[in-house]
Design a protein around this ligand. Structure first.
Ligand code: SAM
Length: 284
């Protein structure tokens, strides 16, 4: 099969079509072609997608497919695909199925024997990673952290031992508290804060967790953000990474340090102020 044949629309097929994450020009020729030729488009945001379609002169029937209607809408899309129609799935921005309900539709297609293919393109996580200046050989994509406090704390504790570069998506209204939580859990590390990627106000800050949390304590975050954080160092991972604050302090006490000096040493290892350790000890 040559490229021309491959690019002909196939019946009964779901196309995962990546769309721009900000700059409308960041779309492939193939994506425009597929969007122009499928029978219908399923979109996460039926207010946003028409702007893209109008920009490229595409007129196609549009239906919504998003978190709160995916249970009913998914099977309807499957029925239409089984009946011979072709569908393009687009999400609000970027690559469908990355931190959006696209993955559920792919799973439904798989369970129903419906063919799925991809028209790849922009993805905020990969764009941020490549700009981060951090190790790109091995990375861990976390997506959005839980909004539930204890689940978020538990996840951050696990992630603090992750040696690969960590990528996190965050909403602006939660950015300041997440940076503060990251600093508490990870200690001071390099972080690249990527804001409004590919847009007019794109900003890439190569900084540290302590600086970034202090910066956003003073300014209200605006726009879309991806956080790329340096992985745990080998020595962090082998020594105190799995110890609680109390165990860490006890480790130094056993080596003959006074309680005060043990707390000071543990705080230094963790890159946190002594007050953070006291707070943790008081939690029990
Ligand atoms: N499927 C998308 C992708 O491929 O990246 C991600 C969808 S997720 C619902 C939206 C999140 O992606 C935003 O909250 C933000 O963290 C990140 N994001 C999307 N566009 C961005 C941009 N232009 N700049 C920075 N972050 C962006």
């Amino acid at each position: 099969m040559n490229n021309e044949e491959k690019n002909k629309i196939e019946k009964s097929t779901l196309y995962l079509v990546a769309t721009p994450i900000g700059n409308l020009a960041d779309i492939s020729y193939r994506a425009v072609k597929i969007l122009s030729e499928v029978d219908f488009i399923a979109a996460e945001d039926t207010r946003n997608t028409p702007k893209l379609l109008t920009h490229y002169g595409i007129k196609k029937p549009l239906i919504s497919y998003y978190e709160h209607n995916k249970r009913e809408r998914g099977p309807e899309i499957i029925e239409r695909l089984k009946a011979g129609e072709s569908c393009a799935l687009v999400t609000d921005a970027g690559t469908p199925a990355i931190s959006d309900p696209g993955a559920d539709l792919v799973d439904l297609c798989r369970k129903n024997g419906v063919k799925v293919t991809s028209v790849p393109g922009a993805c905020a996580a990969i764009t941020a990673l490549t700009l981060s200046g951090l190790d790109t050989r091995r990375f861990c994509f976390e997506g959005f952290l839980s909004t539930e406090k204890s689940e978020k704390t538990e996840r951050l504790d696990e992630l603090s031992r992750e040696k690969r570069t960590v990528i996190i998506y965050e909403a602006p209204h939660k950015l300041t508290s997440t940076l503060c939580d990251l600093y508490k859990a990870f200690g001071d590390r390099k972080i690249t804060v990527c804001r409004e990627l590919t847009k007019i106000n794109e900003e890439i800050s190569y900084t540290t967790l302590s600086e970034a949390s202090a910066y956003y304590e003073e300014r209200r975050p605006r726009g879309e953000y991806v956080l790329v954080i340096e992985g745990a160092k080998e020595e962090d991972a082998v020594f105190f990474a799995t110890m609680s604050a109390e165990e860490h302090i006890a480790f130094y006490e056993k080596q003959g340090l006074s309680r005060m000096d043990a707390i000071k040493a543990a705080a230094k290892d963790r890159g946190v102020p002594k007050s953070t350790l006291y707070a943790e000890l008081n939690k029990g």
